[in-house]
Design a protein around this ligand. Structure first.
Ligand code: DGJ
Length: 694
């Protein structure tokens, strides 16, 4: 049993790591340890009992508490904040008891109770031993008679071992330019990254990694992510006593939850981990966890898809889509996805959202004719929807203007001429379930791309069930409810999460969607960096990547294919304009991709030379058995003569012999990894090399 409980202390052990908690002499629940697993449960340090330093530095303030509230002389950043109905905002938490759920994924629950008020807080820890990951979430319960206002409710507070200074790695970006990795020193004070946009956001990702001297393949990394598709926050605090603490959870910005008697509130789960083997190892275990534990269809390689958006925009009808489908099938696509523009009144982005039935002019026979054609061509059919949105110019909005998120006294700010339906409202959820159910029931649809193309404004909710600020959370639960109901009803359907590209990429949505459209930027050079950032926490199987015409005049088609082949390959260019030679090349690339996709989508990814740092980059994938691999190398634009770096392969068995395509003789895995290889490329050239064990 990996959960050890003794003497008011708990040790949680995974395969290589451990996390220890305990009650200190003052009865405070404190973190004792987070790091490498030690040989014996008795090895873990006892909880700290800091001695009050002066009247300004209390003992409680200096204790690395497991889930501190605002209370007495504590001034570090609290994990939660509440306000009782009599105005008291101070919490005195007392440890009550614990329980252990002994299953394949064992769970520890620690219960804390306020000394005076009927507020109980349960801290949950679920162990994923094989992945060295712990899932953490918190439940608040009010057993009194008056509501308690929750003003903050993080999922976890984490204290890093005292020692050297830490660096925080996180991600920033924008629409069309997501997933830049930022690594910065943590200095005394508070640093936070967040989303306030209602969705996960393009601007930052709910992922962090803290490190001291770690590199890609070595060194200690403490990391985590939040399984949530709405506003989130990660804060890192370095106290005046050099204690580094990280919080992760729901964003408390404009947040409040009225905790009604008998109605618990549960936070989303944070997934946290530790490794001694660098950023690669952190990513690898998250990738495995996503593939095996989250994705609705598990580790099943995705089909090569064709998506019509960039080719035709809103200008679609049955005949033109069928024409594209014919070429798509010829070059080897297995799934044809019709994007935006197919539904009632959708001639441009000015109208139509909300009216989810086929446009009578573009599709007078409904979708059935096109779907049959696509199926006859040997492909499955996929469809685009944007269920959370409505154009003011739509029948739905004319009927239900009250359904959108708004403040009654303010103008309703539009973005892309659209407003957001309040998915927190059950009647909106039920309506959308019925509408989408009808489309899926009446048509042979194998894939749905669920899009969301704006950020929130005027976040109001008249007659909200609790505090109007519950919108931020109720909205996301509403999206989850609609999506999961449809998933249960149509289990065969593969869903893709898109929000104008990578606006909704997180562990919460990946319980519903098998794929993510990670950026609206399909320009191959920009993609190299975007894709690398994404790989920090999400695997290639989830990363839909199209080859389009963006950058066509500059970047060769083969290069563009190679970039997209690093994920789940799709094509989105206007095939009608591709020459016979381009179509032949596309067919060859797709054929090659089909031969190697199981390695890319199900294997281990190694970032060898970063495109975020270098114009010459390399990455590879190796299957779990370490018998097959594939190496991708890209050179963007470097002045000549360029001194190209040596590429050191990774992930091979040292003693086994491997052949690397293009090299005259097999060598040991150790030789490829230690001596490395040189690949000569000219500007804007790329290579894909197969690696086979012999
Ligand atoms: C934004 C998406 O990211 C695009 O791929 C496309 O689906 C458009 N929306 C359609 O409006």
């Amino acid at each position: 049993m990996p959960i050890h409980a003794a003497n008011s202390g708990w040790v949680l052990e995974t395969s290589q790591t451990a996390y220890a908690i305990g009650l200190n002499a003052a009865g405070l629940l404190a973190q004792r340890y987070w790091g490498a697993r030690l040989p014996y449960p008795g090895d873990y340090p006892d909880p700290l009992n800091p001695v009050e330093r002066t009247s300004f530095d209390s003992s409680a303030h200096m204790t690395p508490e497991e889930y501190p509230g605002y209370s007495a002389l504590r001034f570090t950043d609290p994990a939660f904040l509440v306000s009782f109905s009599d105005g008291v905002r101070d919490v005195v938490l007392i440890y009550k008891d614990y329980s252990v759920i002994d299953t394949a994924k064992p769970e520890l629950i620690l219960r804390l109770q306020d000394a005076h008020y009927p507020l109980t807080i349960e801290l949950h820890y679920r162990l994923h031993e094989a992945y060295d990951l712990i899932e953490r979430w918190v439940t608040f319960e009010n057993s009194g008679e008056t509501p308690v206002l929750i003003k903050r409710a993080f999922s976890a507070k984490l204290t890093l071992p005292q020692g050297d200074h830490y660096f925080l790695s996180h991600m920033y970006g924008r629409h069309l330019d997501e997933y830049h990795i930022q690594k910065e020193p943590l200095v005394p004070g508070l640093k936070h990254v967040e989303s306030r946009r209602l969705t996960t956001s393009h601007h930052s990702a709910p992922w962090f990694a803290a490190s001291q001297n770690a590199q890609e393949f070595s060194g200690e990394v403490w990391f985590g992510t939040l399984a949530w598709s709405g506003n989130w926050k990660i804060s890192a605090e370095v106290t005046e006593f050099a204690s580094t603490r990280i919080s992760i959870g729901l964003n408390d910005w404009d947040f409040a939850w009225k905790l009604m008697p008998g109605q618990p509130f549960t936070t989303p789960a944070a997934v946290i981990g530790y490794t001694q083997d660098g950023f690669h190892a952190a990513s690898r275990t998250l990738h495995d966890y996503v593939r095996n534990e989250l994705l609705p269809h598990g580790p099943q390689p995705h089909k090569v898809l064709y998506n019509s958006w960039e080719a035709t925009l809103f200008n679609i009808d049955e005949a033109s889509q069928a024409e594209l489908a014919e070429i798509a099938a010829r070059i080897g696509a297995e799934l044809f996805v019709m994007d935006d523009g197919w539904f009632h009144g959708r001639l441009s982005d000015n109208a139509g959202l909300g009216d989810w039935w086929p446009d009578e002019v573009k599709f007078p026979r409904g979708l059935g004719g096109l779907i049959q054609k696509v199926n006859d061509l040997g492909m499955e059919f996929g469809l685009w929807v944007e269920p959370e949105m409505v154009n003011p110019n739509s029948d739905l909005y004319r009927t239900h203007p009250e359904w959108v998120i708004h403040f009654p006294t303010r103008a309703r700010t539009e973005a892309r001429q659209q407003l957001i339906l309040n998915f927190g409202r059950p009647e909106v959820q039920n309506y959308m379930i019925a509408v989408l159910d009808k489309i899926l029931r009446e048509n042979n649809i194998a894939f749905v791309k669920w899009d969301m193309n704006r950020n929130v404004s005027e976040p109001g909710w008249e007659n909200a069930p609790g505090d109007p600020r519950e919108l931020w959370v109720r909205y996301v639960y509403g999206v989850y409810r609609v999506w999961s109901t449809l998933r249960e009803r149509f289990p065969r359907v593969i869903w893709q999460s898109c929000s104008g590209g990578g606006g909704r990429a997180d562990f919460g949505i990946l319980r519903l969607a098998d794929q993510i459209w990670i950026s609206d930027n399909t320009e191959a050079i920009a993609r190299l960096s975007i894709q690398e950032g994404f790989s920090q926490f999400l695997p290639a199987i989830t990363m839909e990547a199209w080859v389009t015409d963006w950058g066509r005049d500059l970047v060769p088609l083969e290069f563009r294919f190679h970039v997209s082949m690093c994920g789940s390959l799709g094509v989105g260019g206007n095939l009608l304009e591709w020459s016979p030679a381009e179509r032949d090349l596309a067919a060859r690339c797709i054929q090659l991709y089909k031969e190697i996709r199981s390695i890319i989508q199900l294997g281990d990814q190694y970032r060898l030379i970063s495109p975020q740092k270098s114009e010459f980059s390399a990455l590879m994938y190796v299957n779990k058995e370490k018998t097959r691999g594939v190496l991708f190398v890209f050179r963007v634009v470097m002045p000549d003569p360029a001194n190209l770096p040596v590429i050191y392969l990774k992930g091979l068995q040292p003693e086994a012999l491997y052949r690397v395509e293009g090299f005259d003789r097999p060598r040991s895995g150790k030789a490829w990894m230690e001596a490395g290889i040189k690949i000569e490329l000219k500007n804007l050239q790329s290579k894909v090399l197969k690696i086979e064990q012999i």
